[in-house]
Design a binder for this molecule. Sequence first.
Ligand code: SAH
Ligand code: SF4
Length: 351
Amino acid sequence: MTDLYRLLPEEMEQLVMDMGYQRYRADQILYPLYYKFPKDISEIKQLPKAMREELAAAGYTIGSTQEIHRVVSEDGETMKLLLNLDDDTSVETVLMQYPSTNPLGHPRSTICVSTQIGCAMGCVFCATGQMGFETNLKAEHIVSQVIHFAEILQQRGQHVTNLVFMGMGEPMANYDEMIRAVRILTHPRGFGIGQRHITISTIGITSGIDRLAEEDLQIGLAISLHAPNNNLRKQLVPTAGPNSVEEIIEAGRRYFKKTGRRVTFEYALMEGVNDSIETAMELARLLKGNGSHLNIIPINPTAGNFKRPSSGRVLKFEQILIDAGINCTVRVEKGTEISAACGQLRTDIVG
Ligand code: SAH
Ligand code: SF4
């Protein structure tokens, strides 16, 4: 069985030609897949009936996602779905909307996709990390998460404007499937979202960062740093071993040099753990002069015992970095009350 959402447009062309059909038939499959969302090959009416039957007989399918749970935040701007993939695993995907400043404009609609079920990195403050690693998602299952929301948005006259790979899992630990999904999602004859509208977030696997830099894509990169030195970082990211803080900063610099895209460092701020004035100053020294952006994320409550610092303390931390000339923002969290915010995605506690 092969899900048609797995195929790159070039592969779709090869497939139809191998079946003895003309090349243009590929677009008669691709267009409906990404704009009409058929649930079955028999619904792609542009294709001759014989061709639809041949595709099905050859084991091609259209993978469908079943919604098993939906939670919407009070303001209606965040929606978390638990989706059953057609291989019987379920995954969480989140939509975050930000109203347009133009009253007639479309909202920014960002989909936060998962790349794995669980995660092997074991970050102590992250609900996904605490559940351990279960499985890697296939490219088609990453694509399907986006398609599911694209259909919901289309019914409202809206569309997906941004994608962040910040759901469950470590994208670089599932590199081949992750990058296949990115290529399908950004291909003008696939889903067609702009490369600059995608951000991949990694815990700092430098080999993956270097590979991504070589892809000739304009993808945004976020690196989850969380600590300015290796000692503290190892306490928070137990598997950080192979990549030191210095190596991660260097990899970020190489990415910027190669792609011209400014790297964002993410820093989950935890009371009494990594929020001291000295830590802020150490972080400022580390990041100074490399043109990156720092995103401070006051920690969201998870199963662990970590606490979000008071807003005064968050502002103080931020101010030290700003005074040191670091480009820095505090992330406005969305979806905390429905456990859809960063680090809260964990399938077994939904519902
Ligand atoms: N594995 C990747 C992508 C998924 S996590 C990574 O770690 O970057 C996405 C972001 O959520 C990361 O910056 C991560 O550090 C952050 N995060 C995890 N748990 C969190 C929590 N409890 N509160 C706030 N942010 C958290
Ligand atoms: Fe995995 Fe990212 Fe969570 Fe760490 S923060 S456990 S890398 S999902």
